[in-house]
Write a protein that binds this ligand. Structure first.
Ligand SMILES: Nc1ncnc2c1ncn2[C@@H]1O[C@H](COP(=O)(O)OP(=O)(O)OP(=O)(O)O)[C@@H](O)[C@H]1O
Length: 646
């Protein structure tokens, strides 16, 4: 088994860390098979699963491990043994029962501080088990801490904020629900009014507070981009609240300026996993709102709940149907499972009815609601204010999310006709081509990037520092207008190949020789604490004046331009094309999504839904094989984990 792991590593099937973990455990006295299972647990972590689910492993070896990986070469398939054959050949782990008893007897499993924890049929590395336990215990404490609320006063405040509506207002329901305990989730697709609601929710909290001083409110998001968008949309909504001046003033009082990244909120300690704020140095906050919570990983949420004082409220906002974090965990997806149906307890419905202008619909009632503890604190919004669910992007996102194949098949076949005959579909297009260098793709890209190229060649209005900064700002804003998103990184239809292709189309041969050239958009691919740049930050290479060296312009969270020398940036990618994973938390006016030519497990409905919902006004799908789109929509991401276990 150890030899097999080495071969897997040599052929790029698994990571070095997966093998070295197994070797270290053997040195600690683990049997070969226990060490092997630990390596598989680490492999799963690399795929975003906090644990190895032995039940699904023995049910379907290849599918649950994604081994051999999709990029496995023919050579490697000859040399490397598949997991199923390996496990079946060893009596100690040949069946699920044997494997469980082997692990139960192991010195490295379920002992005080042992590196592995077996919980039911889930095998964890201890750190991830601890994260999960910490989150569960903390959320439970915040959920049971029922806060007394004057329902009459609450009703009056909500009447002022939302007015009377004919139908149930889920936005109002979310505000009411958040008053009852110290944990709340508001989930919904793009434009469903999460930000609109959260501003009113905060206003309600401030109005009904029992302490004299305003509540201290912190806003945070997993990435710099998401934090910047959160600040922007919250200040726009605060402007709209001016109609209810008294509320706007009381809200603004306790609101700590801008939204920050979670790393900044907690304070990173250089070269360490630790944060400055933790259980012994808690955050100064009464309310913490985390936007884009689908991107928060389990380690980060564990750090957040440790640093958040017990009395504080934690409010998660996000779209549960989007891709989960790249790191381990799919927190929002797991906590919100079943949110479509409500699953509210009779007692909760009765309480909500007291605070609401309308009665809660019957279908949200569940007499067996104890099975859904997190849903008693969750509101899901279905109606997008930005997209009509019957038109264009809204319709496409809805059909993909609901995995409704028939409409999609028709759209993939007849998108041109539909766009020509039904104006409501003229902003969603399919460009089918079997060549990534196809002239139609080239035309689409050149047209899409034409305004960017014009801005670049026009140069700054004047050469003053302000003039140059304004020019850089305009170019960075223009980068949000048109964006290629790829489903995969590698291969002819992947992110790297498209970046090379577009660079060549726009800048010709010269750009191939010089990695750094004026106009190159770049994405930072790792957090850089020295430069204060975050994974996902976008910059653009520019020459500020004749004879000056090239510099990369980034926007800081305050919206000002900062310039960095290219030589200081070690981990970046060109950003004409980015992966859908990296696009999470961003939106682009015209989004072009590129599907690969061959199927892969990474192609899921969550991936497609995330890509489609990045588009603000136009969406184009480039694909060579429409049936792969259908296959992807039928496949769902399944992340293991015990967050919702009793
Ligand atoms: N009840 C409402 N009445 C009037 N306008 C609303 C209402 N709810 C939302 N809106 C408006 O709809 C738009 C989208 O709302 P909002 O930005 O809050 O959605 P969101 O769910 O936060 O979107 P995203 O996920 O893209 O950030 C905003 O312009 C907002 O002001």
């Amino acid at each position: 088994m150890m030899h097999a792991l080495q071969l897997w590593y040599q052929h790029g099937w698994i990571r070095a860390i997966d093998v070295s973990l197994a070797e270290q455990l053997q040195q600690l006295g683990a049997s070969e098979s226990a060490a092997f299972m630990a390596a598989l647990t680490s492999v799963q972590l690399g795929h975003g699963h906090p644990c190895l689910d032995l039940n699904s492993l023995y049910h379907n070896f290849e599918r649950s491990l994604n081994l051999p990986p999709e990029h496995a070469t023919a050579d490697s398939l000859q040399v490397c043994q598949a997991p199923k054959a390996l496990l079946e050949a060893d009596a100690s782990v040949s069946t699920l029962d044997n494997c469980l008893s082997q692990l139960q007897q192991s010195a490295v499993v379920n002992q005080p501080n042992s590196p592995l924890v077996l919980q039911g049929t889930r095998l964890y590395l201890r750190r991830y088990y601890d994260y999960e336990q910490r989150i569960k215990a903390d959320l439970k404490r915040r959920m049971v801490a029922q806060v007394p609320v004057d329902t009459e006063r609450l009703r009056r405040v909500l009447d002022a904020l939302f007015g009377q509506t004919e139908r149930i207002s889920w936005q109002r329901t979310a505000c009411a629900m958040a008053m009852r305990s110290r944990f709340t989730i508001v989930t919904g697709g793009p434009g469903t009014g999460k930000t609109y609601t959260v501003v009113r929710l905060l206003a309600t909290l401030q109005k009904l507070r029992t302490q004299a001083a305003p509540l201290r409110i912190r806003l945070a998001a997993p990435t710099g981009k998401a934090a910047a968008r959160m600040s922007e949309s919250i200040s726009a909504e605060l402007g709209n609240l001016d109609a209810i001046k008294e509320v706007a003033d009381v809200l603004a009082e306790g609101l700590a300026s801008d939204a920050v990244t979670l790393h900044r909120l907690l304070g990173t300690v250089p070269h360490s996993r630790r944060f400055r704020h933790n259980a012994s140095n808690p955050l100064h906050a009464d309310v913490l709102i985390i936007d884009e919570a689908s991107m928060v990983d389990i380690g980060m949420l564990a750090a957040v709940v440790a640093a958040l004082p017990a009395h504080a409220r934690l409010i998660l906002l996000g779209d549960k149907d989007q891709l989960a974090s790249v790191e381990a965990g799919a927190i929002l997806g797991q906590l919100c499972e079943g949110a479509e149906q409500g699953h509210y307890a009779p007692e909760l419905i009765e309480w909500l009815n007291k605070t609401s202008a309308n009665l809660m619909p019957d279908h949200t009632l569940d007499a067996d609601a104890e099975r859904w503890p997190y849903l008693q604190h969750t509101t899901m919004f279905h109606e997008s204010r930005r997209f009509d669910a019957e038109k264009g992007i809204g319709k496409l996102a809805y059909e993909v999310n609901q995995q409704r194949i028939e409409w999609l098949q028709q759209w993939l076949r007849d998108s041109q006709l539909m766009a020509a005959t039904h104006p409501e579909f003229d902003n969603i297009h399919v460009l089918q081509s079997s060549h990534a260098d196809d002239a139609n793709i080239k035309r689409l890209v050149l047209d899409g990037y034409a305004p960017l190229q014009q801005l670049l060649s026009k140069g700054p209005n004047d050469n003053s520092e302000q003039g140059v900064n304004e020019w850089a700002k305009a170019i960075l804003a223009q980068l949000g207008e048109f964006q290629l998103l790829t489903a995969v990184r590698e291969g002819n239809w992947g992110m790297h190949a498209f970046n090379q292709r577009v660079t060549y189309w726009l800048h010709g041969d010269q750009s191939q020789q010089h990695g750094w050239f004026s106009g190159r958009p770049v994405m930072v691919t790792h957090n850089d604490y020295h430069l204060n740049l975050r994974n996902g930050d976008i910059g653009v290479v520019l020459q500020r004046a004749e004879g000056e060296p090239l510099r990369v312009a980034f926007l800081n969270p305050q919206g000002d331009v900062r310039w960095v020398l290219p030589s200081r940036l070690t981990q970046i990618d060109t950003a004409y094309a980015m992966t859908i994973h990296k696009s999470q938390g961003s939106e682009f006016n015209h989004t072009v999504m590129v599907m690969p030519q061959t199927d892969a497990p990474i192609l899921t409905k969550e991936l497609l839904y995330t890509g489609i919902t990045r588009a603000k006004s136009n969406f184009t799908l480039i694909c060579s094989q429409p049936q792969l789109v259908i296959k992807a929509v039928q496949r769902r991401v399944k992340r293991n984990g015990g967050l919702t276990d009793a």
